[in-house]
Design a protein around this ligand. Structure first.
Ligand SMILES: [Zn+2]
Ligand SMILES: [Zn+2]
Length: 237
């Protein structure tokens, strides 16, 4: 009966590949055809033990910037390399509010190597948008990702702790150092006692230079957090 209902559902609402729209004969997440699935590259080992930057060969170790304690977080992990078709799905989520790919992206994230390295947090903070941008967009993609990737910790997700109170120019136009400088003073803690003595997990969509999550982690540490880890769906390389 169950199989019969599933085939009826398949006839009425056939599933299709999220990337190329090719029809699929299954409905299980992630919804990508074989060819598109092969284009999706997970962030694999070897990688930097701190920031998660992938290396071409060798064993896991600390990258140059992390040896110099470049970042304020303890550990950052990303599920996927930021390249097509993932770039298109993230843009569709972020700029068009297309939620269709969210469950599949979360399924890939939860199955990733980096996901398993994360500690159990006391509090999950999605990287906030400035309130003007939030009003424009209507949602924060980092919050949607946090909910989809950590459904068992949904009660720990809090959007009232960290705020972005300065709108900064689009980060993509700036170099790493300028990004960092540009972000100083952009975030603050609304409720510092919420992070004090707690292990915090920051969630965002993409890790590019790490400047945004570094600045959030720096503020959170100032609030007395005992640990800050970062999870992003994708990273640029
Ligand atoms: Zn496809
Ligand atoms: Zn590193």
């Amino acid at each position: 009966m169950k199989a019969f209902l599933a085939s009826c559902q398949e006839l009425v609402f056939p599933s299709s590949c999220l990337a190329c729209r090719r029809r699929l004969s299954w409905r299980r997440q992630p919804l990508f055809c074989k060819d598109c699935r092969e284009q999706i590259t997970p962030v694999a080992q070897p990688r930097c033990e701190c920031c998660g930057a992938p290396f071409a060969a060798g064993a896991n170790h600390l990258c140059g910037p992390c040896l110099k304690q470049h970042f304020a977080f303890d550990l950052a992990r990303s599920a996927l390399i930021y390249q097509p078709p993932i770039t298109h799905l993230i843009s569709a989520l972020k700029y068009q509010g297309r939620l269709t790919g969210l469950s599949s992206l979360a399924a890939l994230a939860r199955a990733s190597e980096g996901f398993r390295d994360l500690s159990v947090p006391d509090l999950i903070l999605p990287v906030p948008l400035h309130q003007n941008r939030l009003r424009e967009r209507g949602f924060n993609q980092a919050l949607l990702l946090a909910r989809a990737c950590f459904p068992e910790h949904r009660a720990l997700i809090n959007t009232g702790v960290l705020q972005r109170h300065r709108q900064t120019p689009p980060q993509t136009t700036l170099s790493g150092t300028s990004r960092r400088r540009n972000l100083i003073g952009s975030f603050s803690l609304i409720q510092p006692h919420m992070v004090n003595n707690r292990k915090i997990l920051l969630v965002d969509d993409v890790f590019t230079t790490g400047s945004t999550v570094h600045e959030c982690a720096r503020i959170i540490r100032e609030g007395g957090a005992v640990g800050v880890e970062v999870f992003t769906l994708a990273r640029t390389s």
